[in-house]
Write a protein that binds this ligand. Structure first.
Ligand SMILES: C[S@@+](CC[C@H](N)C(=O)[O-])C[C@H]1O[C@@H](n2cnc3c(N)ncnc32)[C@H](O)[C@@H]1O
Length: 357
């Protein structure tokens, strides 16, 4: 899985247990990101719909949520990965933009990314293999990157992992069926079919995922856009097209209220943390008409980039180290009996307290 801001790695066992205890058979993961929560739901036998605005997230969901491991020919994927792995590197857009103009990856790995991405475009576009091959490529590149987990800057000297050779691995498909959607949750949620349980994990602050993960966006879209600044972000990061209502203090409260009104689910689980612009009381109030409300609280270390500060190519500090601890909260709303079963399940599930990029 990629390093991802706000990813719920440590909470996945708990979220899986909550969904299981709710008795749900259908589930919605809005703001699915890495899809790790949706994957846990699918592994638990639920019919899952995963939604996010990011193009790379749609590729992850197409791989892990839509594809059914039992319905595809695994050998075709193994052969395609072996073929791509054998290609010699070639200098192209990715190497120039992200290894030379900016330094997110070492050039010899960047040249392999270029060669593999061009081959996916020319040999596998439109086939069932396209999504798992792209997922494998993103995961491989993430394992050899030179960042702290976000792509708004890269480390001033190469990270230790960036010297390793890029290696494509099988992403590991999951048995079962599911649905993947890309778009704005605010526009799509009201039109989605009813589900038993919905997990809502919107962004917490002003940092936009489109800018923080612009390299993955460009790698998946393969539209080779012009870039700007030291971080070499896509030009459209600057515009308004990819702004999310959840990234602004002004628009976020109304956006959450609309979402809570629109989501057609018997039970909801909403993630938020102590950086959220809405207070606990405000969130509880917004959930009142959804039934009974409960809150679970957990304390975590912050992601590593926030602890050490973030530097650009010249060694200048471009991101300040922040406070070291944050608090994650899960707000549950729905029928009282369902929530009682869910709360009971948390008493048997351990949550590890550790950092997560
Ligand atoms: C906190 S992250 C979710 C992390 C995810 N639960 C995980 O474990 O990987 C928030 C996600 O919301 C997505 N997002 C931001 N604004 C959105 C919007 N308006 N509609 C849908 N997705 C949005 C971002 O692309 C990002 O993946």
């Amino acid at each position: 899985m990629i390093k991802y801001l706000g990813s719920k790695r440590t909470l996945v066992p708990l979220l899986g247990a909550l969904v299981e205890a709710s008795g749900a058979t259908t589930a919605l993961d809005l703001f699915t990101g890495t899809t790790r929560v949706a994957q846990a739901m699918k592994r638990g036998g639920k019919l899952v719909t995963a939604l996010d605005s990011a193009t790379y997230s749609k590729v992850f969901a197409d791989t892990w949520i839509t594809l059914d491991a039992n319905a595809v020919d695994q050998r075709e994927l193994t052969d395609a990965l072996a073929h791509l792995e054998s290609l010699p590197g070639e200098h192209g857009y990715f190497t120039q933009a992200f290894c030379l103009d900016a330094r997110y990856f070492q050039p010899r790995n960047g040249e392999r990314v270029d060669a593999i991405r061009e081959a996916i475009a020319s040999e596998y576009a439109g086939t069932w293999l396209e999504a798992p091959l792209l997922t494998s490529l993103i995961l491989a590149a993430d394992r050899v990157d030179s960042t702290t987990g976000v792509q708004m800057a890269y480390l001033k000297s190469w990270s230790w992992r960036s010297s390793k050779a890029l290696e494509l691995k099988d992403p590991g498909l999951i048995a079962g069926v599911g649905h993947a959607l890309q778009g704005d949750a605010l526009e799509l949620t009201a039109s989605l079919p009813a589900v038993d349980i919905a997990y809502l994990d919107p962004p917490y602050n002003q940092h936009r995922y489109f800018g923080n993960y612009h390299v993955w966006e460009s790698l998946v879209r393969w539209d080779k856009p012009d870039t700007y600044g030291v971080a070499n972000k896509r030009l459209d990061v600057r515009g308004d097209t990819h702004r999310s209502a959840f990234n602004s203090r002004k628009t976020m409260p109304a956006a959450i209220a609309k979402l809570l009104g629109d989501v057609n689910a018997e039970t909801i689980v909403l993630s938020y943390n102590n950086e959220s612009w809405l207070s606990r009381e405000e969130l509880i109030e917004m959930c009142r008409n959804r039934g009974h409300v409960e809150i679970l609280d957990y304390e975590f270390k912050r992601y590593i980039g926030s602890q050490i500060g973030i530097y650009n190519r010249t060694g200048a500090l471009v991101g300040q180290p922040g406070a070291r601890r944050n608090f994650e909260h899960l707000l549950l709303a729905g029928p009282k009996r369902t929530l009682s079963r869910m709360i009971e399940a948390t008493e048997h599930t351990e949550v590890r307290v550790e950092g997560e990029a």
